[in-house]
Design a protein around this ligand. Structure first.
Ligand code: PRP
Ligand code: URA
Length: 209
């Protein structure tokens, strides 16, 4: 599918299966999400540009590779995005962080915004937006619009599960933003949940209902 990368690494797929199981406890779900997020982070940052810096090893001088450009921004769509954020920060501890507070109204499936805080200078940075679930894509699309209004120009979206309906809607609203996901599931059900899915990601992470 154009603009969509499925991260099919065996460890990602194995951990995702454990997360999907309904008997997986809150503690295990949270730990697996953190583990999987480091693997997803590795893939979503694979194409980053490098430059070199002159360093001295104990043996001699060399031009050694380092990341080019300004620090990355990880943007978490609250609440469930925070489960992906933690593992990403384990790998890229110097990243800047944006928080986008959105929840889905259960009746209308429309996103309700309650918080937004992002670094000032989004224009010249790569922004990786994280949320485990892309269902109708209403939440993710609203988050992208908000980031673009604040100047963001170079965005990637990273999730764990995506519904085909959500991918289509997201790509038509934001064709410039590539999607990275561990799975494209079968469909959305009548209540806007991804099936087979894993249930409500936020509730499973935090033990709420
Ligand atoms: C979930 C999920 C996404 C959204 C996806 O969040 O984490 O943000 O739903 O659904 P959509 O693609 O149809 O918009 P939720 O609204 O349950 O909030 P939470 O993370 O606070 O639990
Ligand atoms: N949000 C979730 O957490 N799960 C879904 O299946 C859909 C939206």
């Amino acid at each position: 599918m154009d603009g969509v990368t499925v991260i099919d690494h065996p460890l990602v797929q194995h951990k995702l299966t454990l997360m999907r199981k309904k008997e997986t406890s809150t503690a295990s779900f949270r730990r697996l999400l953190r583990e999987i997020s480091t693997l997803l982070c590795y893939e979503v940052t694979r194409e980053l540009d490098l430059t070199t810096m002159r360093i001295e090893t104990p043996m001699e001088e060399m031009d050694a590779p380092i990341l080019e450009g300004k620090k990355l921004v990880f943007a978490s769509i609250l609440r469930a995005g925070n489960g992906l954020l933690e593992g990403m920060l384990d790998l890229v501890p110097a990243a800047r962080v944006a928080h986008i507070g959105l929840y889905r109204d259960h009746e209308t499936l429309q996103p309700v915004e309650y918080y937004f805080k992002a670094p000032e200078d989004l224009e010249n940075r790569l922004i990786i937006v994280v949320d485990p679930m892309l269902a109708t894509a209403n939440s993710a699309s609203a988050a992208m619009t908000k980031l673009k209004e604040r100047g963001a120009r170079n965005i990637r979206f990273l999730c764990l599960l995506a519904a085909p309906e959500g991918i289509e809607r997201f790509r038509s609203a934001h064709p410039d933003i590539p999607i990275f996901t561990a799975s494209i599931d079968a469909r959305l059900n009548e209540r806007g949940y991804i099936v087979p899915g894993l249930g409500d990601a936020g509730d499973r992470m935090y033990g709420t209902k």
